[in-house]
Design a protein. Structure first.
Length: 95
């Protein structure tokens, strides 16, 4: 089975579906953090939107080529770790 491109790489290539999936996965957590900081729901929503817009716009600058990629594995066996290395992980954390 071929490995698929990681979401970061897909977002870097302007894949809108990948960007939406990343947004959906992290928007609530980011909103909660922003709300704790700014204490205003409308401003927190704006902060989250701006953060994602900036991240997706500047992803090529933020996603460094030589940046180490890690993988945290909570499964038994070593299949997931092998797949992570094959996908480009440099650091494996096994629990």
């Amino acid at each position: 089975m071929p490995l698929t491109m990681c979401p970061g790489e897909q977002c870097k290539q302007n894949n809108r579906l990948a960007q939406m999936n990343v947004y959906k996965a992290y928007c609530n957590a980011m909103y909660n953090v922003a709300l704790r900081i700014v204490h205003n729901s409308a401003v927190a929503e704006d902060v989250v939107q701006e953060a994602f817009l900036t991240a997706f716009t500047d992803l090529n600058k933020l996603y460094m080529v030589n940046c180490p990629v890690g993988f945290s594995d909570h499964t038994t066996g070593n299949i997931a770790s092998i797949a992570a290395v094959a996908a480009g992980a440099n650091i494996i954390e096994k629990h």
